[in-house]
Design a protein around this ligand. Sequence first.
Ligand code: XMP
Length: 529
Amino acid sequence: MPSKLEGVKNPEENPVLVVDFGAQYAQLIARRVREAGIYSEIVPHTMHAKDMLAKHPSAIILSGGPASVYAQNAPGIETEIFTSGVPILGICYGFQVMAQGLGGVVGETGTSEYGHTPTQTHCDACLFDGVPEDQVVWMSHGDAVSKAPEGFTVTASTAETPVAAFENRERKLFGVQWHPEVRHSQYGQKVLENFLYEGAGLEPNWNSTSIIEDQVAKIREQVGDSQVICALSGGVDSSVAAALVHEAVGDQLTCFFIDHGLLRAGEREQVEQDYATTMGIKVFTVDESERFLDALEGVTEPEEKRKIIGREFIRSFESAQRALIEQLGGKDDVKFLVQGTLYPDVVESGGGEGASNIKSHHNVGGLPDDMEFELVEPLRTLFKDEVRAIGRELGVPEKIVARQPFPGPGLGIRIVGEVSRENLRVLRAADAVVREEMTAAGLDNVIWQCPVVLLADVRSVGVQGDHRTYGHPIVIRPVTSEDAMTADWGRIPYDVLARISNHITNTVPEVNRVVLDVTSKPPATIEWE
Ligand code: XMP
């Protein structure tokens, strides 16, 4: 199957399927497979084996998960998958599902292993080719495989887990108890690549050029001669989505930049300039701030804010569509709307087939049912780093491609409390200070993004001069991340934090306290709402 992929134009036709057993690991695995140059897709464990096989997978990876294989109603997989001939790698829970499904034994070992664990691997095993015998891997399990299935060779062990990996090379079935997709596992990527290249015999064929060719063809097919409008936000995703559509259909594309009144200071001017001067794409700015702010009046619940913002976005674009039709002399063929929806947005909004709904990202769950557009979403299967790579290849200016993410709902989801004009003014002023100080300290490329959040519903007592103050806290949330699926809090130097704090409290009188968010994701999310 793998070698047959050679010369096949569309890598998406033979995806590596990552079967999601309910934890957040599946997305990370899918990403690591893409990093190895091979297209991957996440599917739920509830999908029937025949439907998985109907996708003509080039390999299948069973992810980790929180359950115990011998618990009642434990998620499993139909065992015909193991006799299908498709190469399979089981990881952690997936490894145990595989062991059980193939006739091995899984039980409680009595001792759990969590975190860094020294492991001994057999270097003649397929997965550990070119990997030192002694390595430290990331474990997270209570149960363990106590007996490998018949015909399988045990290929790794730890002090507590004699069967930490196994393989049956002939049947192309492999498993590891640890998490190779996690960076804490030494040689984790190498182990995954050994599975993909050696175990499954795949060749890397998923790269920026193939993605662009494939998407351009798809966009042309979907859009035909019709006019397309684009929901430009100024961020990386919609910029690259617009560049892709422009590459595909040129002047049929018109971009609208909606000023929803939830932008940061100077943002509108910057976007207008970047697009007009550098990208050669038609862009119209539409000031819709009154419409959004009126609709948000009195609303404090995060999901409600997101739904309102999503709805008003679409309404704004529908007005823009009507204006464009008028401009085109009444020709009613503006029926497509481009959005820069990414794969993590789709997965986190519950659209990733089986994942739970964490937040309704404004461009996915927030859309109203009566929407009049057909969506063009050329980034829907991509992760952020893939989007940046194709942006660069398409010639999108570096200052746009490298821009830190800013959410579509803007400052609306960074005010805990009502999104009033006054609260926006305060947050905008504090945010401008943080951005100025971070840039001055050379930290823009060090952190992934730094939301600044106004706790409008919270007040605390302070003292300024001889006076008591009763102001609001501002939270700064610098994070480092690879893809926003997980994140760590950014270690900003103390002197920079001190400058930010002084600068905000000296120039924004409504704020008398500056606090730093030191939570990773999970358990927190990056944005506060
Ligand atoms: P969370 O808060 O879910 O954020 O950890 C992950 C990444 O997504 C961005 N984000 C959004 N982007 N529309 C967007 O375009 C949204 O509704 C939205 N919500 C969060 C967030 O800034 C971070 O980069």
